[in-house]
Design a protein around this ligand. Structure first.
Ligand code: NDP
Length: 485
């Protein structure tokens, strides 16, 4: 391997790489081979202290810049990310195992979109003026302070930017903790932001497992926590943040429905089901893993799906034509294989896939179960792997009740040519992010997030600004002030 995957040091604090080898070593494994490609060290209490103090010290000066000045740095970083897209995509592939055919169009590019979008928006962030007769109130839109971002392992570059860009645009500083499985990419984001002119201490990265995240979340000097992770972790982090009355954004898991009505364009519906189940080897929070197909078209749908899955190019993720890569880790692969075994034990019909591939790395073949029923474990729990459950339905009322009968509410999709039905169904979904005749689009311009157990708050769009800033009201009296005595 000629590409260097060992970072300069484990952490990026106060504008520079920092190491403390007394922290627990974390091996970074390339999921496509199982080889160790780097080692980082978990943050020690001394490193955590350094990060929090740097972020605190830098915040007031950063917030005192004009929005135009802050935005210019973010936009410059966006341009640099695009210019370095190839190297960043290769690193993302090493970190996650996702094929280069995906990472080169969906990771650094999406991160750059967020930096550009919030860079452009920074100068437009204002309070308002409220006239009250002669008196008036004005509101100041102020930053929250020090924000902690905690990331999942499926989109390490994107998550680092989706949290960092709006936080920084609003005048906050950030400490970002990547998942222990994918520690490499966020360091590059920090490096680029600082090359683009970000003052030291404004965006920091510290490594570690859950306990490092937990130390950050419970620190009284931290004002906001944004987590991307599973529902169980979300419950813990939300509770810890609540104890300190901190602001939160929770981007959590899902078990989203994708409904294919009898009048749907089957090719498009199959495309949606593929994108919503097998992109990133199924490791996408918003995936439509419960595919409800009208009984009258089920076999036609399964035929086309099976045929198209045979065209998946599974293999070396660095090869440009590869379209399907490994699971992120051996542990995640084992979790997925256990769910596949449960599906078979519960009597679901295995249409295709269902096994680990006989090659190095953590590859599980794209798997489709049909004749799945609502009570099966594979229809109720988030698998976070390439396992699609196909369920039959007969009527719209029935399928809507079943689609919503889950504690999750991240995403939902519908395929139909009947536009009135499409909008009625979208309105009826208990989900934060819905798709009509499409699946898993995530443009920075659109709010993204979940309802019910899938989350609190929204990322992206103008909506995220509300979660990284707060309003101060200032009442201004123009005349004399009367008092009762
Ligand atoms: P986890 O919930 O296991 O971990 C998420 C992050 O939280 C990791 O960085 C983890 O550290 C950290 N963490 C764990 N425990 C604590 C704690 N007590 N306090 C603070 N931080 C903690 O999720 P995964 O990394 O396994 O990611 C998969 C999950 O993420 C899936 O459920 C998926 O649906 C969800 N997800 C949601 C998205 C969304 O936008 N809604 C997008 C992508 C994924 P470490 O793992 O290093 O120990």
């Amino acid at each position: 391997m000629t590409y260097s995957t060992q970072p300069t040091a484990s952490h990026f604090i106060n504008g520079a790489y920092v190491e403390d080898t007394s922290g627990t070593p974390i091996d970074v494994i390339y999921p496509a081979t199982g080889d160790k490609i780097a080692t980082v060290h978990a943050a020690t209490p001394a490193i955590i202290e350094q990060a929090i103090e740097s972020a605190r010290a830098a915040q007031a000066e950063w917030a005192a810049l004009t929005g135009t000045e802050r935005g210019r740095i973010l936009r410059r970083a966006a341009d640099m990310m695009r210019a370095r897209n190839h190297d960043l995509s290769v690193l993302e592939t090493f970190d996650t195992g996702k094929p280069y055919s995906e990472t080169s169009v969906a990771d650094a590019t999406s991160g750059a979109d967020a930096l550009e979008y919030y860079g452009g928006m920074a100068a437009t962030l204002t309070g308002e003026h409220i006239q009250l007769g002669e008196d008036w109130v004005y509101t100041r839109r102020e930053p929250l302070g020090v924000c902690v971002g905690i990331g999942a392992w499926n989109y390490p570059t994107q998550i680092a930017c989706w949290k960092g860009a709006p936080a920084l645009a609003c005048g906050n500083t950030m400490i970002f903790k990547p998942s222990e499985s994918t520690p490499l990419c966020a360091l590059k984001v920090a490096e680029i932001l600082h090359e683009a002119g970000l003052p030291a201490g404004v965006y920091n990265v510290v490594q570690g497992l859950g306990e490092v995240g937990s130390s950050l979340v419970t620190d009284a000097r931290v004002d906001k926590v944004s987590l991307t992770g599973s529902v169980p972790t979300g419950r813990k982090v939300y509770a810890a943040a609540a104890a300190g009355m901190k602001h939160v954004t929770m981007e959590l898991g899902g078990k989203s429905p994708l409904i294919v009505f009898e009048d749907a364009d089957i090719e498009n519906a199959v495309s949606g089901a593929i994108l919503g189940n097998f992109y990133s080897s199924g490791q996408v929070c918003s995936n439509g893993t419960r595919v409800f197909v009208h009984a009258s078209i089920k076999e036609a749908f399964l035929d086309r799906l099976s045929t198209r899955l045979r065209a998946a190019v599974i293999g070396d993720p660095m090869e440009p034509e590869t379209s399907f890569g490994p699971m992120v880790s051996e542990r995640q692969m084992q979790i997925v294989l256990d769910y596949i075994a449960k599906g078979q034990a519960e009597g679901a019909r295995l249409v295709t896939g269902g096994a680990r591939l006989d090659r190095p790395g953590f590859f599980v073949s794209p798997t489709v179960f049909a004749d799945v029923t609502d009570d099966m474990v594979i229809a109720r729990e988030e698998i976070f792997g390439p396992v699609m459950a196909v369920l039959d339905f007969e009527t719209e009322a029935d399928v809507m009740a079943r689609a919503n009968a889950t504690e999750f509410g991240l995403a939902a999709g519908v395929f139909t040519r009947d536009l009135a039905r499409a909008h009625r169904v979208a309105a009826g979904f208990e989900a934060g992010t819905c798709f009509i005749n499409s699946y898993n689009d995530a443009p920075v311009e659109a709010p993204f997030g979940g309802v019910k157990a899938s989350g609190v708050g929204r990322e992206n769009a103008r909506a995220a600004i509300e979660h990284y800033s707060q309003l101060k009201s200032v009442y201004v009296r123009m005349g004399d002030l009367e008092a009762p005595f």
